[in-house]
Design a protein around this ligand. Structure first.
Ligand code: WT7
Length: 650
């Protein structure tokens, strides 16, 4: 009989005795203790949890909008992920890789093997003149070489900038240019739904006329890769030495950049440091997923996203644990692939997004019925609010009403989780993310930073001292950093980090996240800005002007809808197709608008601002408000008719 890790008391689920027994933290006092002196709390974790080459002199220094954790401290990130585990766990699997093709066997990399590969690749990077502080672009699918490449960067102190492999060539180019990357690491391709997908073509195109000097290519599809600037990953590895002494870096040195969408057309490079990020990734993985000796963690996120960085790769390794990654499509060859993997590899902690759960809910019951998944202990959810239906399905069908669900709220900017229930403490309540992680403080405020009362909806902000994982700037763009995150500081002298999410706190002190309050959408868990999409669509040769609004979607949470005004009234019959493939090229298929409407006018205020709110009301069949402020109120009737005629979403 599989162990039950939860128990019901009243209307809520709590950790069972079995869970409390295995939990690293099971006493709610931890919150109060951490709160008394958060700086001391984090210092203790950083000291106990990581190996430092030199201790820090100042635990926390704040010169807002910047702050430093563990100033004066020195360490190497890859040493903390690998080397220090070699004494005890050299032969323990660090990574289990499940390829998509079913005729290919899973690969296991032990800590020792991972160490060897990372050392070798560090030598390869050095051979191509990559030094501490240089930016390296990584455009790889979810394969073991991605981990090797990322860790090798951290071993030599280079800054990695991972770009999601489904992003377009243009998107990659923009990120290469912003970071002035010297080297690009990519693959010839990968498998998706049984088909090989070419990646190298996009990579080569992106690298043209940029700062990229060499492209190192992993021959995942076993193609021969050749070219003036091109080097074969495997060939390079063969001749490289397997010794590499890790480069010591300062705690506050940048470790990686990850681009994310904001409210403007251009994605911003979120900068993460080394020591603070490591501390945050280490302890949140340990306490949220409670990894023990033989446990296996599977976080389904791609490394193109922060969730992939922190919980598919770094968090489990910092804990000396085993992480599993799967290359392919969740429903390939059949919709039971994920459950098969969980059973075969005895996954204990499973972390995925509500959008994936909603997809599985639509498949016939037979695909999940026979899988009992007795190894599972903890389930996690991330990326968007999880609705009751998805929560219940996840809880019953995957967790078999045995496992707690940890709903984790965080962002690319926070590096790791910041609000969630701890598995040994509880309670687990659908739609409530829970409490701020020990040592972190959030409050709900109005536009001016005045604190709201319980149950009142407002903006959720983080208070000083800021969490160790929180970003340390937007890459080479101070104004953007200041404007995006520190409005409360600049306008009202309040030391609050602005998350741009809406939330309220219940009477029981549990936080409910309601979603973004800015022009950022969450499409199938992916972050996308309306401005970025509008910018891309406006560049199409037939488009004169465009507005994008998100609407709710049963599967993806939200989907973008585009309204276009065309140039010279040219309306080819394949316009929708043209726009979609244009978006694929500019950003990637994740950003494709679900519906496209051609209109003559967009509702605008007298100052020329497009009223997206009105467009949204029309789409979801709500009475639009604020028509009197419009310059062209007639546009609203026209658009109403167009939507009705096309018989689109409601
Ligand atoms: C935005 C950040 C979290 C890492 C992966 C996504 C939304 C994220 C939750 C949750 C409600 C959530 C927020 C946030 N979000 N997790 N558990 N409940 N909303 O990182 O791409 O930077 O997106 O995702 O709106 O601001 P991201």
């Amino acid at each position: 009989m599989a162990i039950k890790y939860i128990t019901k008391k009243g209307s809520k689920y709590w950790p069972s005795k079995a869970m409390k027994e295995i939990a690293y933290v099971n006493n709610p006092k931890i919150y109060k203790e951490a709160d008394k002196n958060p700086i001391k709390f984090w210092a203790k974790i950083a000291k106990e949890g990581l190996d430092w080459e030199e201790p820090w002199t100042t635990t926390y220094e704040e010169k807002l909008p910047y702050f430093k954790w563990f100033k004066g401290g020195k360490l190497n990130f890859s040493y903390n992920c690998i080397d220090r585990h070699l004494f005890k766990n050299a032969n323990k699997p660090a990574l289990i890789f499940v390829p998509e093709p079913t005729n290919e066997k899973p690969t296991i990399l032990t800590y020792k093997e991972l160490h060897e590969k990372v050392c070798k690749f560090s030598n390869v990077l050095t051979k191509y003149k990559i030094k501490k502080g240089d930016v390296v672009s990584i455009y790889l699918p979810l394969i073991p070489e991605a981990l090797v490449a990322m860790l090798a960067c951290t071993r030599i102190g280079a800054i990695h900038s991972v770009v999601f492999s489904a992003f377009s060539s243009d998107a990659l180019k923009a990120r290469i240019q912003d970071g002035k990357a010297k080297l690009l690491i990519t693959a010839d391709g990968y498998y998706r739904r049984g088909k090989p997908i070419n990646l190298l073509k996009k990579a080569k195109l992106a690298a043209k006329r940029t700062t990229i000097k060499k492209i190192i290519v992993v021959p995942r599809l076993k193609k021969s890769v050749r070219g003036l600037k091109i080097r074969d990953f495997n060939k390079e590895m063969k001749t490289a030495s397997s010794k590499f002494i890790p480069t010591t870096v300062k705690s506050e040195d940048p470790m990686f950049i990850l681009y994310t969408s904001g409210t403007t057309g251009k994605p911003k490079g979120v900068v993460h440091d080394t020591g603070g990020y490591a501390t945050h990734a280490y302890i949140t993985t340990k306490w949220n997923f409670n990894l023990k000796d033989n446990d296996v963690m599977w976080c389904t996120a791609d490394i193109g996203w922060i969730t992939g960085h922190t919980y598919a790769f770094y968090g489990p390794l910092l804990n000396g644990s085993t992480t599993l990654i799967y290359e392919g499509s969740p429903d390939f060859p059949k919709p039971d692939r994920w459950w098969k993997i969980i059973e075969k590899h005895n996954v204990t902690a499973f972390y995925t997004a509500p959008t994936a759960i909603r997809m599985f809910m639509k498949f016939p019951e037979k695909y999940i019925k026979k899988y009992k998944m007795p190894s599972l202990k903890i389930l996690g959810s991330v990326g968007e609010p999880i609705d009751k239906d998805a929560w219940n399905w996840y809880f019953k069908k995957i967790g078999h009403s045995r496992c707690p669900i940890i709903d984790t709220w965080w962002q690319t900017e926070t590096g790791g989780t910041i609000v969630n229930v701890l598995p040994g403490i509880g309670p687990f309540v659908p739609t409530l993310a829970g409490k701020s992680f020990p040592g972190i403080k959030h409050i709900i405020v109005d536009e001016k930073g005045k604190e709201k009362k319980k149950n009142q909806l407002g903006f959720i902000v983080q208070k000083s001292p800021f969490a160790p994982g929180l970003l340390h700037g937007v890459y080479k763009n101070h104004p953007k950093y200041l404007k995006t995150y520190w409005q409360y500081l600049t306008k009202y002298k309040k030391k609050y980090y602005d998350s741009s999410d809406g939330a309220f706190i219940t009477k029981d002190n549990l936080i409910r996240i309601t979603g973004r309050t800015d022009d950022v959408m969450k499409v199938a868990g992916h972050r996308l800005s309306t401005a970025e999409l509008e910018d891309a669509i406006s560049q199409h040769k037939l488009v004169n002007e465009c507005a994008v609004v998100p609407i709710p979607d049963k599967l993806k949470g939200e989907v973008p809808v585009a309204f276009l005004i065309l140039k010279h009234n040219k309306h080819p019959s394949n316009l929708e197709k043209q726009i979609k493939s244009h978006v694929d090229k500019k950003i990637g298929p994740t950003a494709r608008p679900s519906f496209i409407y051609v209109v003559n006018q967009l509702p605008k205020t007298r100052s020329g601002k497009i009223m997206r709110r009105i467009l949204k009301s029309l789409l979801i069949n709500e009475e639009p408000k604020g028509l009197s402020t419009l310059l062209n109120p007639k546009s609203v009737d026209e658009i109403k008719k167009i939507i009705a005629n096309k018989n689109h979403p409601k």
